[in-house]
Ligand binder design. Structure first.
Ligand code: ADP
Ligand code: MG
Length: 396
């Protein structure tokens, strides 16, 4: 893979696709982990006297300008972290953006507006994406790919623009690729994957493909109810993907055949409603009544998961065990985070919310071997899929 070290950047305009997709609440950044993760690449470029133009997205504006999803506050935070002024232009490739780029000096950093305000960014039509990529490429003389969270996507600012400019991987993409290559190709065993979170249908597809490489899968969070339903349990009003139950039955049968241990919760914290102050109690999985929804794994499940992690030498964790944003339903996620922070295994955390949970609990990042900025991308990597945003960096 080409990296930014292979590029001649001094005095050049360099377009960087970064992943600055941070969680926000009422206009404030609640976890700046991804902005921090973009710093090594951006400072490597400014140190060499490049003029750095940053393209990134925030949230899902679906091709329209959504003021609440402007990158302006992100650009400001980036400036604080880089300890230098960072420009922002509320435009992507129009005259305002062109003027801002033309005014840049060596070592300057300019953040463009949310690239997903432009519908061509995520278009399925390669011609439309190509048109936007032409405009983006017009800003710069080289391209650095550093948004690991988007390298599994065929998008204008990720793949199409890379084909139009001399290109290389940034520090983050290079580091993440190295970690996941190691886990994919040569994991120390037992190799355990813990899956949770709410993007249920996205992640259910992944499990089948992981069966060929992992020794154990522990399932919690919003994912587990579809598994419990596949095992015949009533899950009350919990998150459930009924149309996936048959798929999961197949996955469970396949797992048994391959000798992969799929470990499901044995007790659940159920609540009357999805609210921080909801009435709640812990019940065995066979005791989830209708009118109640599962919002966390219970203490016996934590003990079970602990026993299945004790001898692990590689652990990948993607997705919180419960609704950790609400203190009553954070215990399972906190317990797993604590366990992994003390584990001697090679521990990899993937998923924006999982990483945010760890920081919410105040556990230092260096208690884990690697905290990935890419949730979907890391899972697709571990499935053995070719990620288009990485493949394109190998082309000349
Ligand atoms: P990640 O970003 O780590 O990949 P996801 O985006 O898939 O994780 O899911 C994170 C979200 O899942 C959190 O906001 C959390 O509140 C939610 N969640 C976890 N468990 C449950 C559950 N049992 N029911 C509903 N939502 C859940
Ligand atoms: Mg998420």
């Amino acid at each position: 893979m080409h990296t930014l070290d292979d590029l001649d950047v001094t005095g050049k305009r360099v377009l960087v696709r970064a992943d600055l997709n941070v969680p926000m609440s009422d206009g404030a950044i609640t976890d700046d982990g991804r902005i921090r993760a973009s710093v090594p690449t951006l400072s490597a470029l400014t140190d060499r006297g490049a003029r750095v133009i940053v393209a990134a997205h925030l949230g899902r504006p679906k091709g329209q300008a959504v003021p609440a999803l402007s990158l302006a506050p992100v650009a400001q935070r980036l400036g604080e972290l880089l300890e230098r002024p960072v420009g922002f232009v509320a435009d992507l490739t129009g005259p305002d953006a062109q003027a801002a780029v033309a005014a840049m000096q060596d070592g300057d950093v300019l953040v463009l507006e949310n690239v997903r305000f432009d519908p061509r960014e995520t278009s399925k039509d390669p011609r439309q994406r190509g048109e936007l990529a032409d405009e983006l490429a017009g800003h710069a003389e080289a391209y650095v790919s550093d948004g690991f969270g988007v390298v599994h996507r065929e998008q204008a600012s990720v793949t199409d623009v890379a084909r139009r400019l001399p290109h290389g991987a940034g520090r983050l993409v290079a580091a993440e690729s190295e970690v996941f290559t190691k886990v994919l190709s040569d994991p120390d065993r037992p190799y355990v994957v813990i899956l949770g979170g709410a993007k249920v249908s996205d992640k259910l597809g992944v499990i089948g493909n992981l069966l060929g490489s992992v020794d154990r899968i522990l399932v919690g969070g919003g994912m587990c109810y579809t598994f419990l339903a596949a095992e015949g349990y009533d899950v009350g009003d919990s998150l459930l993907e009924s149309d996936q139950i048959d798929t999961i039955k197949g996955v469970l049968a396949d797992a048994r055949e391959r000798g992969v241990d799929v470990v499901l919760p044995v007790d659940i914290v159920v609540a009357r409603e999805f609210a921080a102050d909801a009435e709640h109690k812990t019940v065995p999985v066979a005791g989830i009544e209708s009118g109640w929804m599962g919002l966390d794994i219970g203490p016996e499940t934590v003990d079970l998961f602990r026993s299945r992690l004790a001898d692990a030498r590689t652990v990948v964790w993607n997705g919180p065990m419960g609704v950790f944003e609400m203190p009553s339903f954070a215990n399972g996620t906190r317990a797993i985070a604590d366990l992994l922070s003390e584990s001697p295994a090679f521990t990899v955390i993937g998923g924006g919310d999982s990483a945010a949970a760890i920081r919410t609990f105040g556990i230092p990042d260096d208690k884990f071997s690697h905290i990935s900025t890419g949730g979907g991308a890391s899972l697709e990597f571990l499935e053995g899929k070719t990620l288009p945003g990485l493949a394109v960096l190998e082309e000349s």
